[in-house]
Write a protein of this length. Structure first.
Length: 65
C-alpha cells in the first residue's frame, strides 16, 4: 500500500511539474521569446517545482518523525 501511494504521489508531482513547464514555455513564447529562451524558462520552472516538492517532503518527514 505504501509503495503504491509513493508512486502515485511521485507521478502527480511529475505531472504538475510538466504542466508548469509547458505553461511557462507557452507564456514565454507569447511574450515573444525565442524557442531556446522558452525552453530555458520551462526547464527552470520544472526544476523549481521538483525542488519545492523535495523541500516540502523533507520538512513533512522531519515533522512526522
Amino acid at each position: 500500500m505504501t509503495v503504491a501511494v509513493l508512486l502515485l504521489a511521485t507521478a502527480l508531482v511529475i505531472i504538475v511539474a510538466l504542466l508548469t513547464a509547458a505553461a511557462a514555455a507557452k507564456l514565454a513564447r507569447l511574450d515573444g521569446a525565442t524557442y531556446p529562451t522558452a525552453l530555458t524558462r520551462a526547464a527552470t520552472a520544472f526544476a523549481a517545482v521538483i525542488t519545492l516538492a523535495t523541500t516540502v517532503t523533507a520538512a513533512i518527514t522531519t515533522l512526522l518523525t
